[in-house]
Design a protein. Structure first.
Length: 377
């Protein structure tokens, strides 16, 4: 079976895990956490990057830092993972879903302004497949309406928009290092902070609401409870695993990009014939080969293709069920405007195997199987 995903292993993970254990400090904010944070700060130009236990928790942190309260509204796409909405509805806010663009599967920036009310507090663009939303337009809307922009860049590590790293363009950015992502620590994430003025409170909220981080830096002689917070620190074991991959991040990126480009090259003839659609990368966007997907004609064709590929020992999967159609989405959110593309496009999209070390032979097996499926139609 060609797996859909294999968690990345760069090579030094076990060495660094042992080093962390021998250091006798395996709780959060140790040497490996600091290395990872510095690397991310240098790569992104962020004022501060705080590792978290997940991208979900990074987004929750952002929701707290922007003081989202009951009755507030937060605009986001419905085609996203539940965490995008969870972080805000946990604070009592309502998720306001707007339609997506069919080319990138990202939020349609032209529909955002019409969804704004006096209760709107933030816009949450989701960079699907590591391809940026139209951030200039979104940030302009936010500025004119005095709204926060919180980037769900879970899939966007090492991707850019007009040369700016994803996650650094809005007020806050949220990364994921889940085992399905390009770079992984099993479960983990990071919060990217744009404004220096927000760093101290972010550290406090992340450290159970205490000023413990300042204490360990020697800035105060004791630490105490300062704010409402929670425990968002990953362990040093997770950070040690991630550090091995950050050291080899370019190698992992290059390998995935070769796979993405080979998929595109192999499947372009089918797209030229109008049998399938391939991903679109808008001008100014540099993606990170997080995933490779195709779009079939409709739900039935996608279902048939999934079963056909399974019979060839190839694991392909669809993606999100739109949040507004879920039981929780109906209770905790509302879809603003027409669902012209969200549901339709979600039923056509099929993700193909993509992981570090996938290799040319496996890709050619997948693409030949897809070609053979369409020959039989």
């Amino acid at each position: 079976m060609i797996s859909f995903n294999v968690p990345p292993v760069a090579g030094k993970e076990l060495i660094y895990l042992e080093e962390a254990i021998r250091s006798k400090k395996i709780c959060g904010d140790g040497a490996f956490t600091k290395r990872c944070s510095r690397w991310l700060e240098e790569q992104t130009g962020s004022e501060r990057v705080l590792l978290t236990t997940s991208c979900t928790h990074a987004t929750e942190l952002a929701a707290i830092l922007t003081d989202i309260k009951p009755g507030d509204e937060v605009i986001m796409p419905s085609y996203t993972f539940v965490s995008t909405a969870d972080a805000f509805v946990l604070r009592g806010a309502k998720a306001v879903f707007v339609d997506i663009r069919p080319d990138t599967m990202n939020i349609d920036e032209t529909l955002i302004e019409d969804a704004i009310t006096e209760k709107t507090r933030a816009i949450v663009p989701v960079h699907y497949a590591g391809v940026s939303c139209e951030m200039d337009t979104i940030c302009d809307i936010a500025k004119r309406h005095n709204l926060y922009v919180i980037e769900d860049a879970a899939q966007g590590v090492m991707a850019t928009y007009k040369s700016r790293p994803l996650g650094t363009i809005g007020d806050y950015g949220c990364y994921s290092f889940h085992e399905t992502k390009n770079l992984s620590m099993g479960e983990g994430g990071a919060l990217l902070i744009k404004d220096k003025a927000n760093i101290l409170r972010a550290e406090i909220v992340r450290e159970k609401g205490t000023n413990r981080s300042q204490f360990f830096r020697g800035e105060i002689d004791k630490y105490t409870w300062m704010d409402a917070g929670s425990s968002y620190l990953p362990s040093e074991l997770n950070a040690a695993y991630l550090w091995a991959q950050l050291e080899d991040a370019q190698k992992i990126y290059d390998d995935r990009m070769r796979s993405w480009n080979l998929y595109y090259e192999q499947l372009k003839p089918l797209a030229d014939e109008g049998r399938i659609e391939l991903p679109v990368i808008p001008e100014g966007c540099v993606h990170n080969a997080h995933m490779f997907y195709i779009k079939t004609r409709d739900l039935k064709e996608r279902t048939d293709l999934i079963f056909y590929l399974k019979g060839k020992q190839i694991n392909s999967v669809f993606h999100y069920i739109p949040l507004h159609s879920s039981p929780a989405g109906k209770r905790l959110g509302v879809f603003h405007g027409e669902d012209k593309y969200t549901t339709r496009e979600s039923e056509r999209l099929l993700r193909l195997p993509m992981y570090y070390g996938l290799g040319k032979e496996n890709i050619e097996c997948v693409t030949e199987s897809i070609k053979n499926f369409y020959k039989g139609l």
